[in-house]
Design a protein around this ligand. Structure first.
Ligand SMILES: C[S@@+](CC[C@H](N)C(=O)[O-])C[C@H]1O[C@@H](n2cnc3c(N)ncnc32)[C@H](O)[C@@H]1O
Length: 245
């Protein structure tokens, strides 16, 4: 008998989490490297009607830069990450903030047991940044369906990820140009050309023209899309066919 919550065909999410995200030293330098300003995401969610009464889930939350910025603007915040090293940082930040409406969960976003922590249909908004590309497209679909189920009718998904806005006929040139456009040479300060090349080689970023039908097929309406430098994509989506309540 196998475990129903993890059948034999299920993905090993820790093995796909990115070895660097499990490495305490890398995690310690992560925020400096990522240089992520969450204010645009907080503002976009607030403009979508997410506020003081809302329940928000951050999937693949990393060190919680978004979560800590969003925390003052919601009633319940569940931050989920599969990496023990990331979760240690998240717990330390939540404790330091003394914010008992923040729940830190060490789990994969595909984990069926997540339903026991977050009741399906109870979530106003799901946020996820640069975490979905860790898994192949089959699993992106599984994740998107599970996100749609977590959300209440009219709930919002704000999804950011490295996703290629490139044409098939010119994809090789466009990837070369993207890598050549790396903004730093020092890996402590950002992502170098070598790291972008590794991303293409080893990770599961897909094309926008594949991801968008997947998002829609999984039950979302794409309300807004923003693409920068051919690879940095942000979608604001709503569970389709259901108006905000
Ligand atoms: C590039 S970091 C992004 C962190 C954060 N969202 C940010 O934007 O700074 C990717 C994060 O996703 C987490 N992750 C990868 N696969 C995951 C999975 N299957 N379930 C939950 N978290 C995952 C990693 O541990 C890591 O913290």
């Amino acid at each position: 008998m196998h475990d129903r919550s993890r059948p034999p065909w299920w993905l090993d999410e820790v093995a796909h989490a990115g070895a660097e995200h499990l490495d305490e030293k890398y995690v310690a330098g992560y925020e400096r490297k990522a240089a992520y300003d969450p204010s645009e995401d907080v503002a976009a969610l607030r403009a979508s009607g997410i506020g003081g009464d809302s329940t928000i889930v951050d999937l693949g939350a990393g060190t919680g830069v978004f979560a800590m910025a969003m925390a003052p603007h919601c009633r319940r915040l569940v931050v989920v990450d599969v990496s023990p090293a990331m979760v240690d940082v998240l717990r330390a930040k939540a404790d330091a903030a003394g914010a008992d409406h923040i729940e830190v969960v060490r789990m994969g976003y595909l984990d069926r047991d997540l339903d026991a922590v977050i009741e399906p249909g109870s979530v106003d908004a799901v946020f996820s940044r640069n975490a979905l590309h860790q898994v192949p497209d089959f699993w992106k679909v599984v994740a998107l369906v599970r996100i749609a189920r977590l959300l209440r009718p009219g709930g919002i998904l704000r999804l950011r990820d490295l996703t290629y806005e490139m044409e098939p006929a010119t994809v090789e040139e466009e990837i070369e140009a993207w890598i050549a456009g790396a903004l730093v040479d020092d890996p402590r300060l950002g992502y170098t050309a070598a790291e972008l090349a590794e991303h293409v080689r080893l990770e599961h970023s897909t094309f926008t023209w594949l991801l968008e039908p997947m998002i829609e097929r999984c039950g979302f309406e794409i309300l807004d899309r923003d693409v920068r430098r051919s690879a940095y994509v942000t979608y604001t989506c709503r569970v389709a066919g259901r108006e905000s309540s």
